[in-house]
Design a protein around this ligand. Structure first.
Ligand code: KG4
Ligand code: ZN
Length: 369
């Protein structure tokens, strides 16, 4: 069943159900790297649209309805039978606990039925390793994780060795995009809608503040930006389509500048030797073209390499969970089977202890690490 690193390739099924995406994927991992054999993501934002955000009960119910089929499809697309797998990895937290429970329980059942190793995975570790799915990203690297539930800068030293350098002190970046989109009457999740509206907007029309500009550390804050956005929007009696586009473009530009400025501070803090200057980005917001452009400029100015996975692998997916499981299996960092089977879903599960700042709660995904 279990294999050591360097032996024949490991084939792992990954299951992700921590928010509103029902996802399953199969990856093959070897000393040469990772091949994604299948990557199925079932996203149905329409279920949550009337409520203006993810409703935990609706998400959990739809995972129950869709997960079996999603797993079957992932195995089918990969041309893999369960007996060909070396292990099953499933998100065990942090996230909406009802959804995590559906994914983890399903993984436990498949593992027991087919006598496979089971690996409970931290969703944040999945995001942290996701650049390694398709890119050359040797350890160490600086990670900017920007999603709907999390915004943090992490030094990724090795598998399982993470140091958090900065974290949001209020909203996550994706949450700020989602709330701003709601304010502008755009759809959910808001990020892609803001990005689309911003294409025909003027980013210089509204002068939004640069948060934490005078603070030394590299924490983030998006609540001031959100307030500035609300004030600008309500000052317009009946906003035209052009007003909405200008507001979206100005907000997006301000958020990108903030992410760029705090990432630059982390780069300076780290002082990596020349050969190790790699910035990897992950999480749904990392798919934003304007944000990527600003980070690419930052990297070019400071002679860092930018590792930017395709947007489909930035948002939640099963492939990153399968990879995290495969890497842990190869390194011998998996719990004994009895422990894995007893593993309880976790709403909170920090990836790394904070070096500064504070952990926060609230937001789209509920309390978070
Ligand atoms: O990583 P993800 O799929 O799920 C979480 O773990 O949260 O990220 C979802 C978040 C949402 O807040 C969504 O609005 C945001 O990522 N997002 C974007 C873009 N695509 C998704 N934000 C800005 N620009 C985008 N293109
Ligand atoms: Zn995520």
């Amino acid at each position: 069943m279990e294999q050591a690193a360097g032996e024949r390739p490991l084939t792992v099924l990954g299951i992700e159900t921590s928010c509103d995406d029902t996802a399953a994927a199969v990856v093959r991992f070897s000393a040469d790297g990772c091949v994604i054999l299948s990557n199925i993501v079932w996203t149905d934002h329409d279920d949550h649209q009337p409520y203006g955000g993810v409703v935990p009960e609706i998400a959990a119910r739809s995972h129950v309805e869709r997960l079996d089929h999603t797993v079957e499809k992932a195995l089918d697309h990969a041309g893999i039978m369960p007996k060909d797998l070396n292990a099953i990895a499933a998100t065990a937290g942090p996230g909406l606990v009802g959804g995590v429970m559906v994914g983890l329980t399903t993984a436990k059942a498949i593992a027991m039925r087919h006598d496979l190793a089971l690996i409970p995975v931290n969703h944040l570790e999945g995001h942290a390793l996701s650049p390694r799915l398709t890119e050359t990203a040797p350890f160490p690297y600086l990670l900017l994780l920007v999603s709907g539930g999390h915004t943090q800068l992490v030094r990724v030293d090795d598998l399982g060795r993470y140091v958090r350098l900065g974290v949001t002190i209020d909203d996550a970046a994706g949450e700020a995009f989602d709330k701003s989109a709601k304010l502008l009457g755009l759809g959910q999740p808001g990020g892609p809608h803001i990005e689309a509206a911003a294409k025909s907007g003027n980013p210089d029309r509204f002068d939004f503040p640069l948060p934490l500009a005078r603070h030394k550390g590299c924490n983030f804050s998006f609540s001031g930006l959100k307030t500035a956005m609300r004030e600008a929007a309500t000052a317009l009696a009946s906003p035209t389509a052009q007003d909405v586009a200008d507001l979206a473009a100005s907000f997006q530009h301000a958020a990108a500048r903030h992410l760029q400025a705090q990432t630059e501070k982390a780069m300076m803090m780290l002082d990596f030797p020349e050969g190790d200057r790699r910035l990897a980005i992950a999480g749904g917001v990392a798919g934003n073209a304007e944000i990527k452009k600003m980070l690419r400029e930052l990297c070019a100015t400071n002679s860092w390499a930018l590792i930017a996975p395709p947007p489909k692998l930035c948002t939640d997916n099963g492939a990153m969970i399968a990879l995290a499981g495969a890497e842990r299996l190869a390194a011998g960092l998996t719990p004994p089977m009895q422990e894995a089977l007893a593993f309880a879903p976790r709403a909170r599960w920090p990836l790394a202890p904070p070096t500064e700042g504070r952990a926060i709660g609230g937001g789209r995904k509920g309390p978070k690490a």
